[in-house]
Ligand binder design. Structure first.
Ligand SMILES: NC(=O)c1ccc[n+]([C@@H]2O[C@H](COP(=O)([O-])OP(=O)(O)OC[C@H]3O[C@@H](n4cnc5c(N)ncnc54)[C@H](OP(=O)(O)O)[C@@H]3O)[C@@H](O)[C@H]2O)c1
Length: 275
């Protein structure tokens, strides 16, 4: 029986909250990585890293605001070095597909000397229900750049299942799980699926990257708008328009599809207060 806690970074976020809940449901001790936790963790305050790493058996690493932002690799590298010194037995790193900086962060973990698993994810379905694209969905208009590019949107519940398997199970060390949903979807098709699930019109509006940025500034602020637009520019060029088998390989089952996600999110009230 595992007695040392597992450190889950971003434990109040989309992936971390689900991972922490799954581990605790199995009766496992979890140390929640959050600026507001009992032992606070802040990426921008390296003096907080030692206390959260003390006595921990394994770490789930999700970087905030995004693993692809300049400076993230260096910060993750410093954190991973400290984790190694602290004797951590396993690292599970969340990254994004087709992102140059994200893949540099993967190399840091790969060469850390600590047993590791990398979970390299497609666009999250929950961006539309909990994340930066929730506000546009609530407004009934989904302005997206990238034209007719297809993206194999992945359900964060699948990411959490893969991360938990990697943290707890044998056979995942050294693996790179590139996780996607089961279908390629254009953003027009995403809007159609959201419309059907939410029971009201959510219109897809093709826009330029410049207009995408401007819309995000209004709802998310300049920093997040810069980051998300940079990632959109980098990845919505067709490079990620193919399916991968990471969920199947890690879990022995296929990934959940977007319609199943959207139906469940609507039932749980994700878009309930829309005008
Ligand atoms: N969204 C996508 O489509 C997508 C796709 C592929 C990969 N990713 C990757 O997913 C990662 C984000 O994971 P997520 O979506 O699960 O997280 P998230 O929902 O964005 O949650 C943010 C988490 O970060 C924590 N946080 C905020 N500021 C922090 C700071 N200064 N120091 C420490 N923690 C801080 C928050 O905790 P407190 O506020 O409680 O401190 C919260 O738990 C990114 O690295 C991104 O590259 C995202």
């Amino acid at each position: 029986m595992m007695t040392n806690p597992i450190l889950v970074l971003g434990a109040t976020g989309k992936t971390g909250a689900r991972i922490a809940a799954r581990l605790e449901a199995q009766g496992l001790p979890v140390r929640r990585g959050s600026r507001n936790a009992e032992i606070p963790f802040d990426w921008n305050a390296p003096e907080t890293w030692g206390p959260v790493l003390a006595g921990v058996s394994a770490v789930y690493i999700s970087y905030y605001p995004d693993i692809a932002v300049p400076g993230a690799v260096e910060t993750v590298e410093a954190f991973v070095a400290q984790a190694r010194t602290a004797g951590i037995g396993k690292l599970v790193l969340l990254t994004g597909r087709g992102e140059y900086h994200a893949q540099q962060a993967e190399e840091v973990v790969r060469h850390s000397g600590v047993p590791f698993t990398i979970v390299r994810a497609a666009w999250f379905a929950q961006n539309f229900s909990e994340g930066a694209l929730h506000a546009p969905v609530m407004a009934g208009v989904l302005p997206m750049p990238g034209g007719d590019v297809q993206e194999p949107i992945v359900d964060v519940d699948d990411i959490a299942d893969v991360a938990v398997a990697a943290l707890l199970g044998d056979g995942h060390d050294g693996q790179l799980y590139e996780v996607t949903g089961p279908h390629l979807m254009t953003f027009a098709e995403v809007a159609e699926a959201l419309t059907a699930a939410a029971g009201r019109q959510i219109a897809h509006v093709p826009i330029s990257f410049e207009d995408f940025h401007a819309a995000l500034v209004a709802s998310q602020g300049e920093l997040i708008a810069d980051i998300l637009t940079g990632i959109a520019r980098e990845t919505l060029d067709g490079r990620n328009a193919h399916l991968t088998d990471g969920v199947q390989r890690a879990l022995g089952r296929p990934p959940r599809d977007f319609t199943t996600f959207a139906t469940a999110a609507a039932r749980s009230g994700a878009w309930a207060d829309a005008a």
